[in-house]
Write a protein that binds this ligand. Structure first.
Ligand SMILES: [Zn+2]
Ligand SMILES: [Zn+2]
Length: 337
């Protein structure tokens, strides 16, 4: 049974209004590349939907950013690490410790390159990092689907960095198309819980024994929503493929064109690279992140990318990007730059 959509029914004198009220929130907890600065932490991105917090990378001091973003102690949660470079996972121990000290009870799954298993084990054995809740670490050896719950799917894909590194694609597939009240009424389905079940993707049986399937009373199923995170990478085909028509592409943009040799030598992208990739992939929105502190507030990164792909924003710590189920996105708490 799908539980991924919340439906609201308002019963009034005659009509029943129906709509989805769910949104996917993407919260940038850290947008810094290599060295954290005053206003920018190491990489971490939360994708929040229907009681789930999916956390992508867990840079140093992620725990306090998590708190500042008010992400909740006991939500269902999984953590996905892109690669085993220190700036992407130094915050993991701190976050686990915080959860333990504050009494988290729900289990927590962690995904990442296989060496992550030893990393967590050594932390547990040497710095007393036992958690009071069940923690399971899953090692990923190649690109593959790694997570599936409540209509949310996460796929890992290999990117081109220094050593084994992953990007991640999050997909939310809606269980049905738009619920059509007129059709439901024509079929004699009484307003109420049965409408909720049908619009959540469940079949129902009427008192006279007639079986009604969701597709009998819903419109065409819309395209899934997709959010893609690059991790650290040079421009590469696997990222281009994953980002094809994605609603949101969150991409590293470590350098400007001026330092393109350095970028590619160190396994990174320039802002222009990220923008070109977003353009080629026809992504809906490009969010630039993981940019070097050498560019100050990131304006040079933003200006360079904007020239190539106008639908882009410069990621900033604690920025919240809200993705509606119709695929439109808006930026909340956007500090002006
Ligand atoms: Zn790296
Ligand atoms: Zn990095």
């Amino acid at each position: 049974m799908f539980k991924g959509i919340t439906h609201i029914f308002i019963f009034d004198s005659g009509n029943t209004h129906w709509w989805h009220n769910s949104v996917i929130d993407i919260i940038l907890l850290g947008t810094g590349g290599s060295i954290p600065t005053d206003g920018r932490n190491h990489p971490a991105i939360a994708v929040c939907f229907e009681g789930w917090n999916l956390l992508f990378d867990c840079g140093e001091d992620c725990q306090r950013q998590y708190e500042r973003a008010n992400l909740g102690l006991n939500r269902k949660m999984a953590i996905f690490i892109s690669h085993n470079h220190a700036d992407h996972l130094l915050g993991l121990g701190g976050l686990l410790l915080r959860f333990s000290l504050l009494g988290r009870m729900k289990p927590l799954d962690i995904f990442g390159p296989v060496e992550l298993i030893d990393y967590v084990k050594v932390n547990q054995e040497t710095i007393n990092l036992g958690t009071i809740f069940k923690t399971t670490v899953y090692g990923i050896k190649k690109g593959q689907s790694v997570f599936n719950a409540d209509g949310l799917f996460v796929r890992a894909f290999e990117v081109d960095h220094r050593g084994f590194a992953l990007g991640y694609e999050v997909t939310y597939e809606r269980p049905t198309g738009e619920f059509l009240p007129d059709k439901a009424q024509q079929k004699g389905i009484p307003k109420g819980p049965l409408w909720g079940k049908l619009s959540s993707g469940e079949s129902v049986r009427l008192p006279d024994g007639t079986l009604i399937n969701p597709e009998d009373v819903t419109g065409p199923k819309p395209s899934p929503l997709r959010i893609v995170y690059s991790g650290d990478t040079r421009p590469c085909q696997s990222l281009r493929d994953a980002a094809k028509n994605a609603n949101v592409l969150i991409s590293e943009a470590m350098y400007t064109r001026e330092h393109s040799d350095l970028a590619h030598e160190r396994g990174h992208m320039t802002a222009a690279d990220a923008a070109l990739l977003a353009k080629e992939s026809q992504a809906g929105l490009l969010v630039l992140t993981h940019y070097s502190p050498r560019y100050g507030n990131g304006q040079p990164i933003f200006m360079e990318a904007k020239e190539v792909f106008s639908n882009c924003i410069l990621g900033q710590d604690l920025m919240r990007i809200r993705l509606a189920l119709d695929g439109s996105s808006e930026v909340l708490q956007h500090t002006k730059h």
